[in-house]
Design a protein around this ligand. Structure first.
Ligand code: DAH
Length: 346
């Protein structure tokens, strides 16, 4: 029995397989049901009681050595297989990569960025998880103001039952990036801020709890309403075509005074009236206005020296108008049949 154990120990040490199949054969031969170890255990039953302890230890050591060898060789060979190049036939034609396409929301967002960068705007960014301070308080939303209810907020952490500047929330608009920019940069400021926003809305064909906005902010000396109007006219023509006209309607936002809603002439019916513009000939595309002096002051900018304008638009809405998409949910479903239609637009 001693000889057998010694011979097997040597065999284990010398075992150097070239394939996983060889490892498997070795396993069956050594520790399989009818293998060497089973035979040795049978013999072990006949060993004299005073020698049981010595042989027991030797057999255990042998078994452990076998198992360790099997595991070690298996791992080695498996890694070799994974890293070895698998080229069976060098003359085979290559397989074509399936090309994806850019998402329509990304396409429109990029087009908006491109147009404003031609006017000298740079892109600014900010976090999606924000605090009340950046989303509301420093944008001139007083604590108890009903305008806070206009934006159904998802709260992450509420400081108490009353609204507080420390509440942590998902940003409801990209206007929060305005605040961050004003705090970080000295005027002149000319930024656009694309980003995802979140509102606690029931999902339907015309509303979603996640959507995208692009915010704009321009602050310098002597910036006037006329500057805003001309910039937004240029933008609208670039986006919807040279014939596009704009109109502004008075509106209200806490952070701008005066505030306006910007409409463009309907690019589908040319302003005559159709179902998309609901017969009016006009399509609303963004909110805008002159930055309220309170907002400038709250963010460390002297409102006697500087003035500015701001605007904010929904990317989904612009994409809907550009592409005639009637159901907002399509943008979030990632159905490739929908997405591939935008392969060659823009
Ligand atoms: N933050 C507004 C919203 O989410 C959009 C907006 C309106 C942004 C007017 C502005 C602005 O910067 O001046 O509805």
């Amino acid at each position: 029995m001693n000889n057998k154990i010694a011979a097997l120990t040597q065999a284990v040490e010398e075992f150097a397989p070239k394939s996983l199949a060889e490892v498997e054969d070795f396993r069956i031969k050594m520790v399989g049901k009818k293998g060497e170890m089973t035979a040795l255990m049978e013999k072990f039953k006949t060993v004299a009681p005073e020698q049981k302890r010595e042989f027991g230890q030797k057999l255990n050591a042998l078994k452990n050595a076998i198992l360790a060898k099997i595991n070690e060789q298996k791992e080695l060979l498996e890694n070799q297989v994974a890293s070895a190049p698998q080229i069976d036939d060098m003359s085979r034609p290559g397989s074509a990569e399936q090309l994806g396409s850019r998402h329509p929301i990304s396409l429109v967002k990029q087009e908006i960025i491109d147009i404003f960068s031609r006017l000298g705007y740079t892109v600014a960014d900010g976090p999606e998880i924000e605090d009340d301070n950046h989303v509301f308080s420093r944008l001139n939303f007083p604590m108890e103001h009903p305008a806070r209810d206009m934006q159904d907020t998802f709260f992450v952490e509420k400081a108490g039952s009353e609204p507080s500047a420390d509440d942590v929330l998902l940003r409801t608009h990209t206007s929060s990036i305005q605040v961050r920019t004003m705090q970080q940069q000295e005027p002149p400021i000319r930024v656009i801020c694309p980003g995802r926003v979140f509102r606690n809305e029931a999902i339907s064909y015309r509303a979603h709890c996640i959507f995208h906005q692009v915010e704009g902010l321009y602050i310098d000396k002597n910036v006037s309403f006329a500057d805003m109007k001309q910039s937004l006219l240029y933008f609208s023509k670039e986006l919807f075509g040279e014939k596009t006209q704009i109109r502004m309607r008075p509106s209200y936002f806490p952070f701008t005074e005066p505030s306006a809603e910007l409409d463009v002439s309907c690019n589908l019916c040319g302003g005559k009236g159709c179902p998309v513009c609901k017969g009016t000939g006009w399509l609303e595309i963004m909110g805008c206005g002159m930055v309220d002096p309170n907002v400038l002051e709250a963010n460390g900018i002297d409102s006697k020296e500087y003035s500015g304008f701001a605007f904010g638009m929904g990317v989904e809405r612009i994409a809907m108008l550009k592409f005639g998409v009637k159901d907002l949910r399509l943008y979030f479903e990632n159905d490739v049949r929908f997405l591939h239609q935008f392969d060659s637009v823009l």
